[in-house]
Design a protein around this ligand. Structure first.
Ligand SMILES: Cc1cc2nc3c(=O)[nH]c(=O)nc-3n(C[C@H](O)[C@H](O)[C@H](O)COP(=O)(O)O)c2cc1C
Length: 194
């Protein structure tokens, strides 16, 4: 159950990408509640251009096998210990959410849909943070691999834009510096003119 209640600002500036989880499972009901809230993301023409493939219960073990076969094709040649170590970047996460977006043939709509789905993903990450659940948006190359797409049921004309790993963690990573507004803002009319 969610006991926390961060302000929007606290969630935005306090959230960090978590890359080392502690193996604690993520409750499916919590994850579904997070997703049900995250869908309130802005999206043009209410296309809601996303669907998700989720693994967080028993099915996560089958996903581990798929990730193993995909990322370590010669895993049988490894010692059990070495394989377990290499797999920890997957096995310690408590949940996986693959975000799938339609690739509209029209460029404007495709970019809008990608942008909308990105705000949806950010919503998931912020809401999860409020539950005390860390996450990391990952885009490994294998998301586009035909066999991996098939295993997830991704259709032609769809693209997996995120492997979102979620889970509990023991250490909060240090934040990288961000640029300040005076480094990224030009006041209208005061910029260099060509
Ligand atoms: C589109 C996108 C793709 C990303 N892909 C990866 C990735 O493949 N592997 C990874 O470790 N982190 C990935 N990240 C997470 C970034 O590394 C992380 O957001 C960045 O270091 C800033 O850290 P913070 O989220 O803690 O502020 C990705 C983030 C975004 C938005």
């Amino acid at each position: 159950m969610n006991q926390q209640s961060l302000s929007v600002r606290e969630a935005i500036i306090g959230r960090r990408s978590i890359k080392r989880f502690n193996g604690q499972p993520v409750d499916r009901e919590d994850l579904m509640n997070i997703i049900d809230d995250a869908v309130w993301a802005p999206n043009h023409k209410n296309r809601e251009p996303w669907r998700l493939v989720v693994a967080c219960g028993e099915e996560i073990f089958e996903l581990h096998k798929l990730l193993r076969d995909t990322t370590i094709p010669k895993w049988k040649e490894l010692s059990e210990e070495s394989l377990e170590k290499q797999m920890q970047k997957f096995t310690l996460a408590g949940a996986f959410v693959f975000v799938i977006v339609p690739e509209d043939v029209r460029q404007k709509q495709r970019l809008e849909d990608f942008a909308a789905a990105s705000t949806f993903i950010q919503n998931i990450q912020l809401l999860a943070w409020d539950y005390g659940i860390g996450s990391c948006w990952k885009t490994p190359d294998f998301l586009d691999a035909p066999d991996f797409r098939t295993a997830l049921g991704v259709q032609p004309g769809e693209r997996i834009i995120s492997m979102l790993q979620l889970g509990y963690f023991d250490e909060l990573p240090k934040a990288a510096e961000r640029k300040k507004s005076d480094q990224i803002v030009t006041i209208f009319g005061q910029g260099e003119k060509k």
